[in-house]
Design a protein around this ligand. Sequence first.
Ligand code: RB5
Length: 142
Amino acid sequence: MKIAIGCDHAGYEMKAAIIKHLQDKKHQVDNYGTDGLESVDYTDYGHQVCSAIESGKNDFGILICGTANGMTMTANKHKDIRCGLCWLPEIAELTKQHNNANVIALPARFISIDLAIEIVDAYLSAEFEGGRHQRRIDKIAC
Ligand code: RB5
C-alpha cells in the first residue's frame, strides 16, 4: 500500500504522528505537505494528494485539516476520488466497506491524535464489500 498524505497548518502535528505510525508499520508514505504551522490553503495540498492517487502513484490518501470539511470538498471534486470524512474508526471502516473510499479526511481540531491513528488503522483493515454498494457508487457521478 503506497499511501499519500497531506494537510494544512491545522493538521501538521497530527500528520507527523500518523506518518511515524505508518512507517513503523512498514507502509510506504509519500508526504505532500504542508510541513509547518504557517497558514496555508488546504486546497493546494488536497489536490496534490488526489492527483497522485488518480495518476496511480499512490493507492490511498489521508487528508487532514481543521474540520476535514475543506479537504473532503476538495477531494470529491476529483473524478476518481471518493473521500470520506472520518471522526470514528467505525466510520472509516464503513467508508471503505460501503463507499470504497480511496481517501479519508480527518478533522484535526476535533479528534485526538490517538483516535486519528485508530481511524487510519480501521480504514486500512477494511475491505470493500462490492455488490449493492458498487451499484450505488456507480450512481454518484452526475
Ligand atoms: C483553517 O483555519 C481551516 O479553515 C481549515 O483547516 C479547515 O478546517 C477547512 O475546512
